[in-house]
Design a protein. Structure first.
Length: 618
């Protein structure tokens, strides 16, 4: 079993860069290093698993080829073969009409903007236990952590990788993405191309085995794994300057379970694991089909280092289904009709011609301003004539049918959903509420897809949090979060502001605005009638905060409840101080008036003080 002391948790590729490459020597004085005695058994196990996963993927692989041919040929790898020299060849000859390709772009961009837009806050951290009360320090830590994660995502290639992933998911139904720790950018994401990767699911019907094969040049292998870790085949090519010679590199990430280890006689040998038992996931890199002394890299993980986005799945399928699978037949029909339409127009402009056999060796031309000399038959009729003339009445029907097919493709790819206002037909919405209701109705179709995407985004964000915590890029967790759950740390919950949630918030915001506007009108009417003000039933402070939250107003621009209370108290003190001089002046005036009042017998003040009634005795 591999010793944990001999295994470094940091992989060499975490620091790969031109700087690391410049530090590599031309060659190494290789000493007779100790051979990893378990690697031959591990290598055989990984190669067998690789072959098995390839067989299970075969039907998907052939289906992906048809999808790529008609929707996105740039993102598909048919055969992973080293040293191919035809990569720049034409790959989209099957696409005559680009309607499907444009619809894929719209759908992928709409999903990207709606779920992970870099121009707005699309996720938030919250306490997962609603009964735990956090102090101000705990709330500030959650808000600060959220800002730091946004900063890390923006500084990395997260958003560009997510756009590529959503395009893969739209076309092929599956979009895996690797999340690696990086020395320069903290995190770095990679998008394996369809045709490179193989997947398998666990008992929870979630993908827990990721394997891929890809081509790397000698220069790339040395930069990623360092020359010290490269096998003799790579180091020899590096020393000879064959930097662009390619090898096929295999990559596997799977749960860290024991590897079968049987002796030559079939007897069970010592248990083998790629990584120490404390780690949940194990990763390995090696050269395909080349049994070397040691692997290129083996790295353990505590958290899952990859996420697999799937449009929707059936049973325990490892690969997802896509909307392009639904509209593949429509796209084939559109390409065929586009070709036939072009033929129709060309036959009308340049029809196939017929001529007398005597003109076979004579020069002929159909170009404008050219002259063709020919014999004239009986009756003066020309012997050079079109074989048939196409009828122009068929063209409108052909064009209309093409438009119907194109509309079906766009509907399957939700183009009208993402371009709801641009392509809205019929009676236009009369107010903002009606518009948001229409958007929400359309977005309901994407509800399950959005839910699946948010689950995978949670894996990525928790992976990023773990990397930042290991690199000490987060503030120390306050005591209220450390001991708020019976002495256990309070777990964090991730909430998303997706396109569906935005539509729901927009509808709620419009309803609140209408309610407050109505309340304002009723308040004015109540004051004029001298009856109780009906707006007193609304908590205006809470309503204001809620409207600000719906409109994504910065929360730090609102005063806290304590600050509002302090301001109210200060305002009351100011009003009291301003009223004090007036009250004092009123008291002085009252005293002066009292002093000037007559107290003679028979006066009103004398009667009030018991001095006797007017005209009466004591």
């Amino acid at each position: 079993m591999r010793s944990s002391a001999a295994l470094k948790e940091a992989a060499p590729y975490e620091a790969m860069s031109p700087t690391l490459l410049s530090m590599q020597p031309v060659s190494l004085k290789r000493e007779e290093s100790e051979k990893d005695k378990n690697w031959p058994q591990i290598f055989d196990h990984l190669e067998r698993q690789f072959a098995s996963l390839r067989q299970w993927r075969w039907s998907w692989w052939t289906h992906w080829a048809r999808l790529a041919e008609y929707f996105n040929p740039r993102r598909y790898v048919w055969l992973v073969t080293a040293n191919k020299m035809w990569r720049g060849g034409a790959i989209n000859d099957a696409i005559i009409d680009s309607t499907g390709l444009q619809a894929v772009r719209t759908c992928a961009s709409g999903m990207w903007t709606g779920l992970t837009s870099p121009s707005r806050e699309w996720f938030a951290f919250e306490k997962a236990l609603p009964w735990v009360e956090l102090d101000e320090e705990g709330k500030e830590w959650i808000e600060d952590t959220q800002k730091r994660v946004y900063t890390v995502l923006a500084a990395s290639n997260f958003y560009s990788s997510m756009h590529v992933m959503f395009s893969d998911e739209t076309v092929f139904g599956t979009g895996p993405i690797l999340v690696y720790e990086d020395f320069e950018d903290i995190i770095r994401l990679f998008n394996p191309a369809p045709g490179e990767y193989y997947l398998a699911v666990g008992a929870r019907n979630t993908v827990d085995v990721f394997t891929r094969e890809f081509t790397f040049t000698v220069r790339q292998i040395v930069e990623m794994f360092t020359l010290e870790r490269c096998p003799i085949q790579v180091s020899r090519a590096w020393a000879q300057g064959q930097y662009d010679f390619e090898f096929v590199v295999c990559h596997n990430i799977s749960p860290n379970h024991p590897v079968p280890n049987l002796g030559a006689d079939g007897s069970k040998q010592e248990e083998i694991k790629l990584c120490p038992e404390k780690f949940t996931w194990a990763e390995s890199y090696w050269l395909k089909g080349i049994k070397t002394k040691n692997p290129l890299s083996i790295k353990p993980f505590n958290e899952k280092p990859f996420a697999v986005f799937q449009w929707w799945t059936v049973s325990n399928d490892a690969y997802g289904r896509s909307p392009c699978m639904d509209t593949l037949g429509d796209n084939k029909q559109l390409q065929r009709q586009t070709v036939r339409e072009a033929e129709y127009i060309e036959k009308g402009v340049r029809p196939p011609m017929g001529a007398d056999a005597r003109l076979k060796s004579e020069p002929l031309s159909q170009m404008p301003a050219h002259v063709t000399y020919m014999n004239v038959g009986e009756g003066g009729k020309s012997t050079f004539f079109p074989l048939y003339e196409v009828s122009p009445q068929w063209l409108p029907g052909l064009v209309a049918n093409k438009e119907k097919v194109a509309t079906r493709i766009q509907d399957c790819l939700y183009v009208n959903l993402f371009l709801a206002i641009t392509r809205m037909e019929g009676v236009q919405p009369r107010n903002e509420l009606e518009l948001t209701k229409r958007d929400l109705e359309r977005l309901q179709e994407l509800g399950p897809v959005i839910h699946n995407a948010e689950q995978q985004l949670s894996l990525i964000l928790r992976r990023v949090l773990a990397i930042m915590e290991r690199r000490r890029l987060l503030k120390p967790m306050p005591q209220s979060l450390m001991t708020g759950n019976n002495g256990m740390p309070v777990p964090l919950k991730i909430t998303y502001t997706s396109i569906m949630r935005l539509a729901q918030l927009a509808a709620e915001g419009v309803a609140m605005k209408d309610t407050l506007a109505t309340a304002g009108g009723l308040s004015s009417a109540a004051k004029a009638a001298g009856v109780p003000d009906p707006i007193r039933v609304i908590d205006l402070d809470k309503a204001m905060r809620r409207i600000g939250e719906i409109n994504n107003f910065p929360i730090d621009c609102f005063f806290t409840d304590e600050q509002v209370q302090q301001h109210d108290q200060a305002r009351e003190r100011g009003q009291a101080q301003a009223a004090a001089p007036q009250q004092a002046m009123a008291a002085v005036q009252a005293a002066k008036t009292l002093a000037d009042t007559s107290t003679a017998p028979g006066s009103a003040l004398s009667a009030l003080t018991g001095g006797g009634a007017p005209g009466g005795g004591a």
